[in-house]
Ligand binder design. Structure first.
Ligand code: SF4
Length: 239
C-alpha cells in the first residue's frame, strides 16, 4: 500500500492506483465527466485536475491518470485547482451551453452562464471525452463510432455520418455519455429504437411481452456466445 495525503487527510491506496481512485475510496469528491471505471482512462475533460506537492515543487495533474506515490501531498480544492476547474468549465460551457450537468458543475464553482468564449452551437453537448467510442470498442466490441476531423472540427459519430452497419443499437454509448449528447429514442409503443440515425426493431420478451432489445443486438450476442437465438428472446427479468 502507498501512504499519501489528500486534503490534509492521511490515506492509503493500492500501488498503481490513481489519485482519483484513492480520493473516491476515502470519500473525497473530485468532479469528473470523462472517467468511467470500466473503460480506458483518457483524462480528456481535465475536470479532475488536482494540485500535487512533491518536495518543494507543486504542480497541477490530472487525477484520473496520475498514479499515487509515497508521501505525495494532494490538494483537491486549492485556489490553483479551482482556477483550473473554472477555466475547464468555462470552455465546456462554451462548447455545450445546453448541457445540464455542465451547468450544474459550473454553478458549483461560481462560473456564470455567460462564458468568456464564443458558444459553439454545432457541437451539441459533446465534450469529446471518448467514453462512447471506448465502450463501443472495448465492451461491445463492434467499433461502430469514432472521431472524424481534427482540431476545432473534431466530432464523434458513425463513419461518413451515415447509419452504421456495425451498430447493433445496444445504447451503451448513450448510457456512458456524461452530457446526454448521444440521443437514443424509443417509440411510444417500444417497438422501435433510434440511435445514430439508425432505426432498430425491438424484440418483445416472449414471457412478459415487454420490448427489451434490438433484434441486431440479440443476433450479435447469439453469435458471440453461441447461445441459440430462441433462448435470448426472454428479457433479463423473466430469465
Ligand atoms: S449503440 Fe451502436 S454505437 Fe452505441 S455502443 Fe452500441 S453498437 Fe456502439
Amino acid at each position: 500500500m502507498v501512504n499519501l495525503t489528500i486534503d490534509k487527510k492521511k490515506v492509503q491506496a493500492e500501488e498503481g492506483s490513481t489519485i482519483l481512485k484513492a480520493a473516491q475510496s476515502n470519500g473525497i469528491e473530485i468532479p469528473t465527466l470523462c472517467y468511467h471505471d470500466e473503460l480506458t482512462t483518457s483524462g480528456a475533460c481535465r475536470l479532475c485536475s488536482v494540485e500535487i506537492k512533491k518536495g518543494e515543487r507543486t504542480r497541477i495533474v490530472t487525477s484520473c491518470i496520475y498514479q499515487v506515490e509515497k508521501g505525495l501531498i494532494v490538494n483537491t480544492q486549492s485556489e490553483r485547482v479551482m482556477n483550473v476547474r473554472r477555466l475547464v468549465l468555462q470552455l465546456l460551457m462554451a462548447r455545450c451551453p445546453e448541457s445540464e450537468i455542465i451547468r450544474e458543475l459550473a454553478e458549483k464553482v461560481g462560473v456564470k452562464p455567460q462564458p468568456r468564449f464564443k458558444p459553439d452551437e454545432d457541437k451539441g453537448e459533446c465534450i469529446l471525452c471518448r467514453q462512447c467510442v471506448e465502450v463501443c470498442e472495448e465492451v461491445v466490441e463492434v467499433s461502430a463510432i469514432g472521431f472524424s476531423y481534427r482540431g476545432a472540427d473534431k466530432a464523434v459519430g458513425t463513419p461518413f455520418v451515415e447509419p452504421s452497419r456495425a451498430c447493433i443499437g445496444c445504447g451503451a454509448c448513450a448510457y456512458v455519455c456524461p452530457t446526454g449528447h448521444i440521443k437514443m429514442e424509443e417509440s411510444d409503443s417500444g417497438k422501435e429504437r433510434v440511435i445514430w440515425d439508425k432505426t432498430f426493431k425491438m424484440v418483445a420478451c416472449k414471457v412478459c411481452g415487454r420490448y427489451f432489445a434490438p433484434q441486431e443486438q440479440l443476433e450479435y450476442i447469439g453469435k458471440k456466445t453461441g447461445v441459440p437465438l430462441s433462448k435470448l428472446y426472454t428479457c433479463v427479468n423473466c430469465r
